[in-house]
Design a protein around this ligand. Structure first.
Ligand SMILES: Nc1ncnc2c1ncn2[C@@H]1O[C@H](COP(=O)(O)OP(=O)(O)OP(=O)(O)O)[C@@H](O)[C@H]1O
Length: 338
């Protein structure tokens, strides 16, 4: 459900992007919005003079109420009430109790957001706020909205359709199962139809991410940190129905981070990742900068930065190949040149 208050602050471009069916509402009401993209509700109606408003009996407030009702009815009808279109972070307080300096931060599906900031600044806390769908009830006093609205508390509890899938830094398996049995167990709990195909795919994809290969019959307790991380990423990407994926520190696990991100990215998901790694930080469409527990700014990744990202990826490849060679016991100096 979207409220009238929140709709009032949306730009026309945003309304049309989130609720494409509103185009017919504007048309039916004789409103030409072809040049209204960057305007808010009030801004658009300011472009009419008073005479025109009177002649056409334009009542912006009434129209806004009707549009709100129309959107909510359409969402019900399309049964999209449970789909996540957007995640909104409303500001809280930093560690010193000062209000965070932004009005609201809206993140839409298919966006990748990185979260950067010094050690201990509050990156994981922000992920925690999102996972808990905070309602001013965490140390930061932030509030999280889903689809522009205070979400139903049922999102907070796990189940097949959890709002958030979290990939955290430490994965400790204590079960006495093989990789295959573990993934099968998970697939069964998700009640998927093509269980065997999915299980096979998850193991294949995990092996593409992990430096060292493992087999379906490898006991999960003997997977290395990187391998278990790769398995969890593949499992989340392929089995999870959660629309939001939170990643805390992908970098230390010795896995192919770019491939991992590509695997996780699907049209329908919002991905947020806390990172100290410049490559991952620049892979985000935007990055949230955290200082002293508060969001200090949000930066859009520029084209120049993407060019730098390309160079960093090259360096990364070199680093990875040196690492592999050292691990295999090779020397880095070609014997002929040495
Ligand atoms: N706005 C806040 N108000 C109060 N406490 C906060 C706030 N933000 C973060 N904290 C607390 O500060 C501590 C450090 O935060 P957090 O673990 O999120 O840092 P981090 O940036 O993820 O660090 P690292 O880079 O080392 O992983 C945590 O105990 C967290 O709960």
């Amino acid at each position: 459900m979207i409220t009238k208050d929140r709709l009032e602050h949306r730009l026309f471009d945003e309304i049309l992007r989130d609720y494409p069916f509103t185009e017919s509402f504007f048309k039916n009401n004789g409103l030409d919005i072809s040049r209204a993209g960057s305007l808010s509700w009030a801004g658009y109606f300011d472009s009419f003079d008073d005479d025109e408003k009177e002649d056409r009996a334009l009542d912006p407030d009434l129209l806004l109420s009707q549009l709100t009702e129309y959107i909510n009815q359409m969402l019900d009808f399309l049964d999209e009430g449970q789909q996540v279109h957007s995640l909104t972070i409303l500001p809280g307080l930093d560690k010193s109790g000062n209000p965070e300096g932004f009005d609201e931060l809206v993140i839409r599906k298919s966006e990748v957001i990185s979260i950067v900031g010094p050690t201990g600044s509050g990156k994981s806390r922000l992920l925690g706020d999102i996972e808990w769908v905070a309602r001013k009830d965490t140390p930061t006093k932030r509030e999280i909205l889903i689809n522009d609205d205070v979400p139903d508390t049922s999102w907070r509890f796990s189940g097949a359709k959890k709002l958030v899938a979290q990939l955290s830094q430490n994965m400790n398996f204590v079960m006495d199962l093989s990789v295959q049995e573990f993934v099968e167990l998970h697939a069964e709990s998700r009640m998927v139809e093509n269980r065997d195909d999915l299980v096979q795919r998850i193991i294949e994809e995990a092996n593409k991410l992990a430096g060292e290969q493992f087999q379906p019959d490898t006991p999960i307790t003997s997977l290395s940190g990187g391998q278990s991380r790769a398995l969890m990423i593949a499992d989340t990407a392929i089995l999870s129905q959660s629309p939001i994926i939170l990643i805390d520190e992908i970098e230390n696990a010795g896995i192919d981070r770019k491939k991992a991100l590509q695997l996780l990215l699907s049209e329908e998901k919002i991905v947020l990742m806390a990172t100290h790694d410049p490559v991952l930080a620049l892979m985000g469409d935007r990055r949230i900068v955290i200082k002293n527990g508060g969001i200090s700014k949000v930066i859009e990744t520029t084209d120049e930065e993407r060019t730098i990202l390309g160079k960093l990826e090259e360096l990364d490849k070199t680093l990875l190949s040196y690492r592999t060679r050292l691990r295999m016991g090779d020397s880095l100096i070609d014997p002929i040149q040495a």
